[in-house]
Design a protein around this ligand. Sequence first.
Ligand SMILES: [Zn+2]
Length: 114
Amino acid sequence: MKKYQNKINKIRSFALALIFIGFVVMYGAIFFRENPILVIIFMTLGLICMLGSVVVYGWIGLLSTRAVQVVCPGCGKYTKVLGRVDMCMYCNEPLTLDPALEGKEFDQTYNKKK
Ligand SMILES: [Zn+2]
């Protein structure tokens, strides 16, 4: 079975991974310090990853304002729902905003438009 995650959390971990990749790539430039062209390529790649992360973080901010805040019935905490179906940020309880989908098995495909 595929593991589902809250969408905002998922995007956030992706942005964090991009920062990490950017650091690793820039660090890699040290090993090629004899070759200035490679250093420039690695530094640029690392910078692109970090800039991408900044963009993704900005995108999360935008998405967060559009997400609906609900109280999770599973853990009682406030969580944000993006799209028709999403998971709780804290306990991964499936949540839906569509009464027609209530009680149905969680499926990510409900978010796709028909
Ligand atoms: Zn919960």
